[in-house]
Design a protein around this ligand. Structure first.
Ligand SMILES: *Cc1c(COP(=O)(O)O)cnc(C)c1O
Length: 344
């Protein structure tokens, strides 16, 4: 039996048409700025995000790390949303590569302008690390694919700017937020100084993220991309997959969202599950296990035995992610299986 793989939207396979686009891509040495497909993607993404320039990098983690290195100095404080990818999923890179300290604030994937102001530390204080950057994540992974509204992003960024704090958006799944909110990408990205987007998640490309911002910031980021070992040569083969994804695989994310809601509705039928299906608005379902339920590793093992792959996100927290390589019927079946394995 082939398992229903809901561990992540990163398991998506490049489609035959995407592979075709990759095979026929025009390429060149990108470090000389001579890869026409990378150049086309960078221009396309900069324009979609309403920024002057964009830079191709191999992974989302590297994009985040380059952003930190470019926008901060060692010893600075960066305010991030609680359980952000930067703080939890990058193996300590922020302190190792940029030498910054992260403060996790807010709740449920969100932080308000007031919470930011309460946590922010001014420059020039005899005790405080200066807060020089604030980072949001849209959608927020560990909070369950939560979307940040345009209004919230604008209010926070305006407050940050008035205190000379730079703003960063980890938009690995910004495409999902645009579909969920019915907003164009630029509406959600333009409040921020620097924004990253990924092509390796629900968009189904084999890899690649882009970092977008002002020409000046992106020019500085080029150095750190090289420093971190991410400057490549004929990367147009990857860029072709990303361009194909922008044209053909963004709108269909709404199916993933609808499938996630269907899955969540079934999981929530178990009295052993803590999940309000109304909070599921994109392709990520994170649910808690009630006191009488088995723990997350046990639920994951039982689900695997029943042909459903999910991830333990904490001792009593499980994550399931829908994507283009699972059908509606498979998501519904997975929801039923997950509800069953949480009982007793
Ligand atoms: C996946 C992800 C990243 C990092 O992407 P990789 O390509 O796996 O390094 C960054 N931020 C968020 C929110 C993500 O979900």
């Amino acid at each position: 039996m082939i398992p229903i793989d809901l561990r992540s939207d990163t398991v998506t396979q490049p489609s035959p048409a995407m592979r075709q686009a990759m095979a026929s891509a025009l390429v060149g040495d990108d470090q000389f700025g001579e890869d026409p497909t990378v150049n086309a993607l960078q221009e396309r993404v900069a324009s979609l995000l309403g920024k002057e320039a964009a830079l191709w990098v191999p992974t989302g983690t590297m994009a985040n790390q380059i952003a930190l290195r470019t926008l901060t100095r060692p010893g600075d404080e960066v305010i991030v949303t609680r359980e952000s990818h930067l703080a939890w999923h990058e193996t300590g890179a922020a302190s190792a590569n940029a030498g910054v300290q992260l403060s996790e604030i807010g709740r449920g994937g969100v932080l308000t302008a007031d919470e930011f102001l309460a946590a922010r530390k001014p420059r020039g204080h005899m005790l405080f690390p200066p807060t020089t950057l604030v980072s949001l994540e849209n959608t927020h992974n560990r909070a369950g694919g939560v979307v940040l509204s345009r209004a919230l992003s604008e209010a926070l960024c305006e407050t940050a700017r008035s205190h000379e704090v730079a703003t960063f958006l980890d938009g690995a799944r910004l495409w999902n937020a645009t579909i969920a909110l019915g907003e164009p990408p630029s509406a959600l990205s333009s409040p921020f100084d620097v924004v990253t987007v990924a092509f390796s998640k629900g968009l189904g490309a084999p890899g690649g993220s882009l970092l977008a911002g002002s020409r000046e910031v992106i020019a500085r980021a080029v150095r750190y991309r090289r420093m971190f070992g991410g400057a490549m040569r004929q990367a147009g083969i990857f860029a072709a997959a990303a361009l194909y994804a922008i044209d053909h695989q963004v709108d269909r994310l709404r199916e993933d969202h609808s499938n996630a809601r269907a899955l969540a509705a079934r999981v929530a039928e178990s009295p052993q599950v803590q999940l309000d299906p109304a909070t599921v608005c994109t392709n990520i379902v994170v649910f808690g296990l009630a006191p009488g339920a088995p723990d997350a590793p046990m639920v994951v093992a039982r689900a695997k035995g029943a042909g459903v792959l999910v991830i333990a996100f904490g001792p009593r927290t499980v994550r399931a992610v829908t994507h283009r390589d699972v059908t509606r019927e498979q998501c519904e079946r997975a929801g039923t299986v997950l509800a069953e394995v949480t009982r007793g």
